[in-house]
Every structure is written in C-alpha cells, then in structure tokens.
Design a protein around this ligand. Structure first.
Ligand code: ADP
Ligand code: 5GP
Length: 187
C-alpha cells in the first residue's frame, strides 16, 4: 500500500485538533477520519461531523463484531476508528488522517506498518495543562483523568516516526506540512 495513512497523536490539549484544522485548510484533499466515541458531545459538536456518538452497548457491539481498526479506553470513555471507513478511503486512493490517542496509534502501526505516526509534543507540561484548562471543555475530574494519562503518553512517543513540538502554531503546522509532503513523495 502507498503511504497514505497518517496518524496524529499526543496528549489531550496539546493542540492536535488545532494543528490539523490549519493543515486541512491548506490541504483540503486529505480526509480526516471521523471516530466513534461514547463521550457525551461538547457544546457545538455534531454527530457524524465531529464524532459518531454512541452508547457503551453499541460500542461494545462493534468491538465484538470486529468493526474497529483500533479502539481504546481513554479518560473513562471509549474511542474507535471503524475499519470500513478507512478501507473505503484507501480503496478510493484518498489520503487519510487519523487523530487518535497514543494507544490507538500503536495499534494502527501494528496492523499497518506503512502508516506514518506523528506525535505532537507540548512545549512544557505546564503549557499542556494551561491549554487543557483554557479550552474550558472538561470538568475538573475529566481534566485530572486526562492529565494522569500524560506520562504514559509521552513515553509512547519513542515509537512514533516523527515528533513535532507544538510551541508556535504556525511553525508546528509548517513542520507537519513538510513531513507529509516528504512522505507523499515516497508514494
Ligand atoms: P487537542 O486536540 O490536542 O486536545 P486542541 O487543538 O483542542 O487540543 O487545543 C487545546 C487548546 O490549546 C485550544 O484552546 C487551542 O486553541 C490551544 N492551542 C493549540 N495550539 C496552540 C499553540 N501552538 N499555542 C497556544 N495555544 C494553542
Ligand atoms: P476528546 O474527548 O478530547 O475529543 O478526545 C480524547 C482523546 O481521544 C484524544 O487524544 C483523541 O485524539 C482521542 N481519540 C479520538 N478519536 C479516537 C479514536 O478513534 N481512537 C482512539 N484510540 N483515540 C481517539
């Protein structure tokens, strides 16, 4: 398979979504995978656009029926990528980007070694916490769960193909564009 599957991962609040939004503005031909989750929608999130929101029972049903390319429990909720969507995009020759947690990213690499894994690092732990809190999307208990995951997530960065420090947003987006453009040349 061509190297057309990119996985962007990193701790919650590091800026994955923000970096990707900027990248996709400049590169609209890349498809962003829509994940399934049991998390409740945030204000403004739309089912089928931001996520496919599911009950835990439905999610477990999908696991039992082997519907996911990868899935993980993160900070008390389940998240997963449906195989069907990814396989269809690849069959259509589309470039796909997954924005998923570090556990899921490593599962993808196991199944698709040609996938390109990109880890977004925070400039500091303090900046990460400030961003997570500054987003005002989680309550204190959810923030704590997300912060508890950080150490393990940073340790997994060693297994990624590339690391980008999201200090200055423009620079981080530029770095992502350079990495992907180089990888596309290998296709
Ligand atoms: P993630 O998708 O990794 O959970 P978000 O993209 O939601 O993170 O970003 C978390 C917060 O950090 C948002 O409020 C966003 O505006 C902010 N942010 C993202 N990148 C930067 C950056 N380079 N500098 C400062 N703030 C940033
Ligand atoms: P959030 O609740 O902030 O939208 O997402 C929490 C974490 O789940 C983020 O790190 C996000 O990248 C990750 N995530 C989103 N979709 C998926 C998915 O399909 N699979 C996995 N493993 N993680 C996901």
């Amino acid at each position: 398979m061509n190297k057309k599957l990119y996985v962007i991962s990193g701790s919650s609040g590091v800026g994955k979504g923000t970096v990707l939004k900027e990248f996709l503005k400049q590169n609209p031909d890349f498809m962003l995978s829509i994940s399934c989750t049991t998390r409740a929608p945030r204000e403004g999130e739309i089912d089928g656009v931001n996520y496919f929101f599911m009950t835990k029972d439905d999610f477990k049903n999908c696991i039992d029926n082997d519907k996911f390319l990868e899935w993980a429990e993160f900070a008390g909720n389940f998240y997963g990528t449906k195989k069907k969507f990814i396989n269809q995009c690849l069959a259509d020759g589309k470039n796909i980007i997954l924005e998923i947690d570090t556990q899921g990213a490593l599962q993808v690499k196991k199944q698709m070694p040609e996938a390109v894994l990109i880890f977004i690092c925070p400039p500091s732990l303090e900046a990460l916490e400030n961003r997570l809190r500054g987003r005002h999307t989680e309550d204190e208990s959810a923030i704590q769960k997300r912060l508890e995951a950080v150490k393990e997530e940073l340790a997994r960065a060693e297994n990624f193909d590339y690391k980008i420090v999201n200090d200055d947003l423009k620079r981080a987006v530029c770095e992502l564009e350079m990495i992907i453009s180089e990888e596309q040349k290998k296709c």
